[in-house]
Design a protein around this ligand. Structure first.
Ligand code: FES
Ligand code: FE
Length: 424
């Protein structure tokens, strides 16, 4: 009987420059369970942005890696992450999506916990031994690891994992290019967008860093840009893809859309031009001309393995997703923007977000349709067993519409799934 490793083995032919992924990776319940064990329980996963809980007492709840988690700032201003399950019998303790509180009361028997997750009181406390909370054993359970990089907070369910800093490795440079947009920091604007896709989660990984599909899937958006971007509309998507190691990858490129930080388009008028020039001058003072231009004029779609996307394009979207079934995933996405951005730039940023990146924009519905079509192909035509991810293989500098970034993901995915068989 073949092992999971055999079934999910990639087919790589260096001579013919072919890279093939077996479609069972998108359809198998066994693969999904293995992913939960060796990927979502071992890797650093994105929890939230520092700007979502700026003040003591603020919290948000969300599902990360399949676990319901409370992300909170306590009265000492510390950031906490704990599992949202009551240590008494398991009920969900915090049932709001977000808010401000001094304490949380479990609705079932009424145990009360502080904003830091510590047990504060129980109805009928005299019936319990005084040592019931020795060592914090009936506090809300803390997530084993919680670390931050440049305002992005991550959790890891593996106590023994390397530090987040080391885990991010070469990807840190690209997070810096986003975090450096503003000296005052970055902030999530407008809450969380949530939607579902009837497609395997790895299809969204690929799609989020896919420079190859823009001119076909998003032809209507590129056409629309001709009316707003003037001469810039003639600029083709041009740049390259990079395997950053550890499954992380990025594409970076020039593109014909306006970037509120700081690539001007005629539709923004003279006032906009002056603002953009001022922003670029500010970046140049802080970082020198070369880095300032890299921040302002280069777009980047960044994957942090396994399931965090930070796309800094005509606006910034931060996106994470998790599989509920081999062919179904829930997506959480946020718009990120520089703190202190002026009214004009913020308006254009949000318009760009709505037009392209938001759930109702030009991009998302078309991408969702493409992903669902792919999934239907895997589910309905099992005899066609392989995906091709060979584009640009063997090229010294892969172009942004090649597929080196996806090969980086799949190579790491395969390496991690390989651990399953070794444990058996
Ligand atoms: Fe929470 Fe009983 S389950 S108090
Ligand atoms: Fe797309």
């Amino acid at each position: 009987m073949s092992t999971l490793q055999d079934k999910t083995q990639l087919r790589v032919d260096l001579e013919r420059k072919l890279f093939k992924v077996p479609r069972i990776s998108f359809t198998s319940q066994e693969v999904l369970e293995a992913e939960r064990d060796v990927i979502f329980s071992k890797c650093w996963l994105y929890l939230g942005h520092v700007s979502e809980i700026p003040k003591p007492g603020q919290f948000v709840t969300r599902t990360v890696g399949g676990r319901n988690i409370v992300f909170s700032r306590d009265m000492e201003k510390r950031v906490n992450a704990f599992l949202n399950t009551c240590p008494h019998r398991g009920a969900t303790v915090v049932r709001d999506r977000a808010g401000t509180a001094k304490s949380f009361q479990c609705f079932y028997h009424g145990w009360v916990f502080g904003i830091d997750g510590g047990l504060k009181s129980q109805p009928g406390a005299e019936s319990y031994s005084e040592s019931i909370n020795q060592g914090g054993e009936v506090d809300l359970a803390r997530v084993p690891r919680l670390e931050e990089y440049r305002g992005f907070w991550f959790v890891c369910f593996d106590k023994a994992a390397v530090s987040l800093f080391d885990y991010l490795g070469n990807a840190r440079e690209y997070i810096d290019l986003v975090a450096d947009h503003s000296e005052a920091g970055m902030e999530v604007v407008g809450g969380t967008q949530e939607y579902s896709i009837r497609a395997n989660w790895k299809l969204l990984v690929e799609n989020s860093i896919d420079g190859y599909h823009a001119s076909t899937t998003h032809a209507s958006y590129l056409d629309y840009l001709k009316g707003t971007a003037g001469a810039l509309a003639a600029v083709p998507l041009k740049g390259h893809g990079v395997d950053l190691g550890g499954g992380h990858a990025v594409i970076q490129y020039a593109a014909p859309w306006g970037r509120p930080i700081a690539q001007w388009i005629p539709a923004w008028g003279e006032t906009g031009k002056q603002d953009v020039e001022r922003l670029l001058a500010g970046l140049t003072t802080r970082f020198g001309e070369e880095r300032a231009k890299r921040i302002a004029l280069t777009n980047r779609n960044l994957l942090i393995f396994p399931n965090l996307i930070i796309n800094d394009i005509m606006a910034i979207t931060v996106r994470t997703f998790y599989p509920l079934a081999p062919n179904y995933q829930n997506v959480n996405a946020w718009a990120l923007a520089p703190v202190g951005e002026n009214e004009w730039a913020r308006k254009n940023r949000l318009e760009n977000f709505l037009e392209f990146l938001g759930p109702g924009g030009f991009a998302t519905p078309d991408d969702v349709e493409a992903l669902q079509q792919c999934q239907a192909g895997y589910d309905n035509a099992r005899e066609a067993g392989w995906n091709d991810i060979s584009k640009g293989m063997g090229r010294e500098i892969p172009a942004m519409d090649d597929e080196v970034q996806m090969r980086a993901f799949w190579t790491q995915w395969n390496k991690m799934l390989g651990k399953i068989d070794k444990q058996d």
